[in-house]
Design a binder for this molecule. Structure first.
Ligand code: NAD
Length: 345
């Protein structure tokens, strides 16, 4: 192919991430290369690796890169538990106003505990209890005697995420949106979200059915009868928890991709974290990140490549029966990636 006939490259930021990030990103990049994906990568670091290499969990160079490209594929970033620096994931979402976190869960391997799951969680990504308004009150020499945390839900933020969820439902031929909340107890925080999302739902009457559920009941019903759900829209913390539960319905965290979407930028990633328990062993399932890459391809309009990739995944898992350990197989991360590449034609 001459340079003149080469398709236009799309600049995109690449953050391999921590723990299993490196190995799953390597497999994902090899798959994207085999597909002929149009991305021109600008490789950056963040998270624990950012601290090690640049003394910052979110180096300016990474932020500048995403500001320039408006598009990123990101591996998992480690966050210290109970102290230390604030999550780079949360900061990235805030920095680029990535208000919607879209997490589709689809059964890719028949014969599991649940068949034919096809549901999407739309998680509010900037508000709620993730705003980080937390402090301690020391009493009698105990610096952590009392811990206080506040959440923030705004009318505008609730409307924006509800409209995103209903628009998503219309665009993707979905039938129903379930608003998931805890407005019975968190009367202000949950109340404003529920009230606003219901109001938004009215504008879609006749096109999309609206219902609502209290989060605890929803968590149980997801186990008993997940097929009743179609699109779930919920606040930040509940979306985080429910999407891991929902990942469990389709084979686990190794199967769950996500997209963080804003007006001017989008960052695609796996739902899972850096999996320190299996890091360095070469056994991580790269599929969640590969599926996130498929979402990224669809996001830039390359539905053809996204579809080709999904078909190759189906053949690899279900015809060749090449699966990583978390899916009951014995393939390494690398073996799975290579088997997938053989099915890309
Ligand atoms: P985790 O998602 O990393 O791991 C939970 C469990 O799932 C582990 O047993 C792990 O081995 C397994 N698992 C996860 N991904 C897998 C894969 N691809 N293949 C096979 N098994 C997989 O959650 P955690 O251990 O609670 O968190 C570890 C770190 O990751 C923390 O620092 C956390 O803050 C961070 N984290 C980052 C993100 C992100 O970058 N978006 C998301 C969640 C957690």
């Amino acid at each position: 192919m001459t340079p003149a006939s080469e398709p236009t490259k799309i600049p995109a930021t690449l953050i391999p991430g921590d723990g299993i990030g490196l190995v799953i990103m390597e497999a994902t990049l090899r798959v994207l290369n085999a597909l002929g994906a149009p991305f021109e990568w600008d490789v950056q670091t963040a998270g624990k690796k950012g601290v090690q290499e640049c003394g910052d969990p979110l180096p300016l160079a990474a932020l500048d890169s995403i500001r320039r490209t408006g598009l990123a594929l990101k591996g998992p970033l480690e966050t210290p538990v109970g102290g230390g620096y604030r999550s780079s994931n949360v900061r990235l979402r805030e920095e680029f106003h990535l208000y919607a976190n879209v997490r589709p869960a689809i059964t890719l391997m028949p014969g599991g505990r649940y068949e034919n799951i096809d549901l999407v969680t739309v998680r509010e990504n900037l508000e709620g209890l993730y705003v980080g308004f937390e402090h301690y009150i020391p009493i009698e020499g105990d610096p952590h005697a009392v811990a206080i945390g506040s959440g923030v839900n705004t009318r505008a933020g609730s409307r924006r995420i509800a409209e995103f969820a209903f628009d998503y439902a219309v665009k993707h031929g979905r039938k129903k949106v379930t608003i998931v909340h805890k407005a019975n107890i968190l009367k202000a925080l949950g109340g404003v979200f529920l009230e606003t999302a219901r109001e938004v739902g009215k504008a879609y009457e006749g096109r999309i059915k609206t219902e609502d559920r209290i989060v605890d009941a929803c968590a149980m019903q997801l186990v008993l009868n997940p097929w009743q759900f179609d699109v779930i829209v919920t606040t930040n913390l509940f979306g985080d928890i429910l999407s891991d539960e929902i990942a469990g319905l389709v084979g686990g965290l190794g199967m769950a991709p996500g997209g963080n979407i804003g007006e001017n930028a989008a960052i695609f990633e796996a739902v899972h974290g850096s999996a320190p328990d299996i890091a360095g062993k070469g056994v991580a399932n790269p599929l969640a990140l590969i599926l996130a890459a498929a979402m990224m391809l669809a996001h830039v309009g390359r539905h053809d490549l996204a579809e080709l990739l999904r078909r190759a995944i189906d053949r690899t898992l279900n015809h060749d029966c090449v699966r990583t350990r978390d899916l009951g197989g014995s393939a390494s991360t690398k073996d799975f990636g290579e088997a997938l590449i053989r099915n890309i034609s």
